[in-house]
Ligand binder design. Structure first.
Ligand code: JEE
Length: 259
């Protein structure tokens, strides 16, 4: 896979050289290039922003440097790269999107700053790119760079060979719409806190049940929205008992919260 990132803060993306993604790069699984948008300006001051038409706070990124930068990274034209544009007004980035993007040959990330990029750039880019405005989540950042770090890591680790242990990806893909169970390691007692006894029992049936109950419990506590999305047909008798103890009721295939 090839990944191009365009930003006025290319040093911000230096973290991508490290760890997982950096190694995949060295091994030729991922080809990553970071470009400075200012290298595509033509004026003495390397200007990338201007005042907004219609008024309002802040500045907007000018279209011309973006067009030049995107022309430079678009490739030969017989592909249709995905252009990911981080934006607080984008669709929220999900693991499902990460799986889709991991199948692509060429991803381009356009990091905006200020109040964002002139909208006409996105319209124009649609001629040669599959343009996707995407948000990292429902909070406001100062620009697209942090979102791109997260998205490149989420996508990059799904590219075959990038994650050392493919079994962990298989387990992940079978994750059932619940939060993870808690994990523990040695020592078995630490600062008066024992590891839950069942995990030392060697009873694999009991361990699986304990973990599943912990998943249900913490999902109900932290992400009740995920509990309501569960298909009751995927729940066994013990799951139903645990949910009932948490106050949930199962009515025509749905898991309903306590009133
Ligand atoms: C890209 C510029 C800054 C701040 C104004 C904010 C008014 C743009 N999850 C995410 N949050 N934020 C971003 C993100 C932020 C960006 C850019 C991504 C480029 N900025 C910026 C404020 C505003 N609006 C929302 O309420 C209305 C616009 C992001 C991602 N991905």
């Amino acid at each position: 896979m090839r990944i191009d990132v365009v930003s006025i803060f290319p040093e911000y993306l230096a973290a991508l050289e490290l760890s997982l993604i950096g190694k995949a790069r060295q091994e030729g699984l991922l080809e990553l290039a970071v470009h400075d948008l200012r290298d595509f300006t033509t004026d003495r001051h390397r200007t990338v922003d201007d005042t907004p038409y219609g008024g309002g706070a802040g500045m907007v990124m000018k279209p011309e440097p973006w067009a030049a930068a995107l022309d430079a990274v678009a490739g030969d034209g017989d592909e249709r790269p995905v252009l990911i544009v981080p934006s607080p007004a984008g669709a929220v980035f999900t693991q499902a999107m990460a799986y889709e993007l991991a199948e692509e040959k060429h991803l381009v990330f356009a990091c905006g700053r200020y109040e964002g990029i002139d909208e006409r750039v996105l319209e124009w880019a649609g001629e040669r790119f599959d343009v996707r405005p995407v948000s990292l989540g429902d909070y406001v950042l100062n620009g697209g760079e942090v979102a791109v770090l997260a998205m490149v890591e989420a996508v990059g680790r799904l590219v075959p060979g990038v994650v050392g242990n493919p079994e962990s990806l298989v387990e992940e893909s079978h994750s059932d719409g619940l939060l993870e169970y808690p994990v523990y390691t040695k020592p078995s007692a630490w600062r008066e806190r024992p590891v839950p006894e069942v995990l030392l029992s060697g009873n694999h049936g009991k361990i699986a049940r304990f973990r599943r109950d912990e998943q249900l419990r913490r999902t109900a506590d932290r992400r009740p929205d995920l509990i309501e999305k569960l298909d009751a047909a995927t729940l066994d008798k013990a799951d139903r008992a645990t949910l009932a103890a948490l106050g949930y009721e199962i009515r025509d295939g749905r898991v309903c919260p306590p009133a």
